[in-house]
Design a protein around this ligand. Sequence first.
Ligand code: HEM
Length: 510
Amino acid sequence: MQPHANHAGCPFAAAAAAAAVGGAGGDAEPTAAPSIPMAPPAGKPITLGDLREFPADPAACMMRLYRKHGSLAQLRAEDGMSLTFVFSPELNRTVLSDGKRFHSKFFAIRGSRRSAQRRVTSGLLTMNGADHKRHRRMVMEPFSKRIMPAYHEAICDLTADLLNDWTPGGAIDLHEEMNGYMRKLTSAILFGLDDPELAYRTGEKIDRWVHLNHNTGLGALVSDAGYLESYDELLDLAESLEGDIEAMIKARRGRPPGRDVLSILIDAAEQDPEGGGITDSELIGHVTLLFGAAHLTTAHSLTWTLFLLAQHPEIARTLAREVAAGVAGDAATPGEADALPLLDQVIKESMRCLPASGYSQRLTAETVELGPLTLAPGSTVIFSQYVTHHLPELYADPMRFTPERWEDLKPPSYGYIPFGSGPRLCLGAMLATTVLKTVIPSVLKRYRLSCVTDSTVNAKIVSTMLGPTTTVPMEVHPADGLWQHRPVHGNVNTLVDLSHTHAQPLRKAA
Ligand code: HEM
């Protein structure tokens, strides 16, 4: 049993924070233990401290390190274990574009070699080099542009169901609504619409499994004896999950090709021009990863975008007008959505201010010199969307939600990375953008949302994903254009500046 192990550079890296602190393990190259310095070596961007500061509050910890050291920083513990952070576009490029020296590693808990846990964690993120390249080409297939219309139909149907359940004058927890919506949508897109209940149940299991991976990782980190129990539960759940997905693979093989991701993947694997295809256990790993990668990231992005609109009434009102003028039916067609400039700016700005993927990480595959730092093989290097997106040299007044900045802003490459960049660029970016560009206009066509006065909205980067840790209470009103700013409490105010937003001017009305 190996609950302490390594992690992936992905929003799905459920136990990533814990694993990052756990350091190299699993089947990684061992990290050489450097001698223990009593004070940081002079001239090096090193802070000596407790590595648990990082998972305790990743955004605050990274911001502290950035303020102290600038774009390269290392947090080093007394025992010599360290986490190295890069924040600038140039250093992001160094780390993200070089898959040979900077490996992705799936999150900690891989299970023993023949366990179901090992197989469900055998997705793209455990692969590097030629293996990753070959599998990525096959896994890419269901996310190509020509397949998007099939998903758009499912997105519209489920959006209509969601919005039919809201009533003007009623209240919702936006966080819960968006999570539930994305669980249904991800299940439908991945596993098909012909057995939505089985698809949804499997989705629920994957969610639970992701959650347990995180808890088990953290439990191991803080030496909580309870983690052993959750580790057993995790292994049981992995077996049950594997059984469900195996049954679905078997059922798909007996049928004409379907339009869900699983069917397209089975097909792509059978036609792999290089031969080799995808084994069933690799398929199980890919599908589990895809679910985890898609669900919470997109749900958080939806929640943050609608929350930020409710906090910025001028922008919401102008966007609602743009939508009313540019969308003929209840839901925007892809063509209509692409012709809404403010919608595009709002989504870009929301993913800049509150990026659903707050950081990701790599492991050095060999000794690497990074500025004045020498990193031994197996060292953890973290890059952060949250910090890079708040660099004042890239984004004026970075704490403010200002969609109109995107009218003429062209950040340098690797300076705006909500979906990562380089050889591991998010495969679902187009799908996630289609979801955002369909759901947001549909909500605005039917409703106006306002935050509940004096409610508390807290947020944190958990398992690499920046999402709410509380409810996000909203009042639902008819689409009457009367958007109002209602202040909220909570630490979301430390992540994005929500003060005086009602007075914020919008330079150009749509
Ligand atoms: C708003 C929603 C999303 C965000 C913010 C997001 C973000 C990211 C980021 C930052 C990475 C790169 C991680 C790294 O370099 O370590 C990534 C990778 C990935 N994402 Fe997404 N993602 C989203 C939605 C999706 C969806 C909908 C899917 C698929 C259904 C998906 C599938 C993947 C996969 C498979 C990878 C790994 C690619 C590889 O290693 O080659 N993501 N995502």
